[in-house]
Design a protein around this ligand. Structure first.
Ligand code: F6P
Length: 319
């Protein structure tokens, strides 16, 4: 490849900018022309494409969001949309594309690969729901934000001997709830991967309060259900005073942690090098510290395994 483009697509995540910076600077380092596409696949279809230089990605590694902006694009899900996108890239002489995003973004990259554009996917989402990588870019920052919020909730919950039910993002994946719950010493972690009856949560809470606990934290993944429903059912049981906190999009903002910046930088550079080697239709990831590229078909058709060992640990430690 001689000329590559990069776009960010789907829900943004902290560390996407580090990945964009790495793609641009690594591409330039290897003598490629590098283009940035604004607003994901929608921007591609609008030909909203500009050439990037070293300075276009200066002062962004520490910023949340994505300087390339993002969008969810319906038109690109159609065959006509995909063909139009491939044509636009070809007309501009762009033969490689790096897509930073989640599942839907990967599927688009796969389609373009089959239309003759060399593509690589980089996992950018706070959800940590992409297979063939231990972590996605943004997950570490999102978990830190949740942990920080729970630390604050603990203070006021203890003062009032209340229970806090905190709803976190993750779409169908319980990883944000799992990691944040373990890291913040939550009493109960409700995730879609593990069936858990709400009456058991209430029983446990009452027992723990009877044994001297002054507060309790329940973390509920949005894929499990709504914090409002959990609180409603807990408050029906006598003696429990539960409150709802829905953290929402706060989890997607703010400066990325060093882990997300390092991950974004490594994956951005790796994707460029794989394109230069002629690879295409792959999703990049890091497993046990090693960079790997896996067929996108395989990535999108696999479910990331849930870390039961961590879940069981959290249960054992929350007695
Ligand atoms: O995929 C990232 C994510 O933040 C999910 O955790 C959440 O379900 C969804 O996006 C929210 O989407 P939107 O930003 O479109 O409201």
């Amino acid at each position: 490849v001689k000329s590559i483009a990069v776009l960010t697509s789907g829900g943004d995540s902290q560390g996407m900018n580090a990945a964009v910076r790495a793609v641009v600077r690594s591409g330039l380092y290897h003598g490629l022309k590098v283009y940035g596409i604004q607003r994901g696949y929608q921007g591609l279809l609008n030909d909203d494409i500009r050439e990037m230089d070293l300075r276009s990605v200066g002062d962004i590694i520490q910023r949340g969001g994505t300087i390339l902006q993002s969008a969810r694009c319906q038109e690109f899900r159609t065959e006509e949309g995909q063909k139009k996108g491939a044509e636009i890239l070809k007309n501009r002489g762009i033969d490689g594309l790096i897509v930073i995003g989640g599942d839907g973004s990967y599927q688009g990259a796969n389609k373009l690969s089959k239309l003759g554009i060399k593509t690589m996917g980089i996992p950018g989402t706070i959800d940590n729901d992409i297979a063939y990588t231990d972590f996605t870019i943004g997950f570490d920052t999102a978990v830190s934000i949740v942990v920080d919020a729970i630390n604050k909730l603990r203070d006021t919950m203890s003062s009032h001997e209340r229970s806090s039910v905190v709803e976190v993002m993750g779409r169908h994946c319980g990883d944000i709830a799992l990691y944040a719950g373990l890291a913040s010493g939550a009493e109960t972690i409700l995730v879609p991967e593990v069936p858990f009856q709400l009456d058991k949560v209430a029983e446990r809470m009452k027992e723990n309060f009877a044994h001297g606990k002054r507060h309790s934290i329940v973390v509920v993944a949005e894929g499990y259900g709504k914090a409002d429903d959990v609180v409603e059912s807990l408050n029906k049981v006598g003696g429990i005073d539960a409150r709802v906190t829905v953290l929402g999009h706060i989890q997607r903002g703010g400066t990325p942690t060093h882990n997300d910046r390092v991950l974004g930088s490594r994956l951005g550079d790796f994707a460029v090098r794989r394109l230069i080697e002629g690879d295409s239709g792959k999703g990049c990831g890091v497993i046990n510290g090693e960079l790997i590229a896996t067929d996108i078909d395989k990535v999108v058709n696999s479910k990331k395994p849930f870390n039961m060992e961590l879940y069981e640990l959290a249960v054992r430690l929350s007695q």
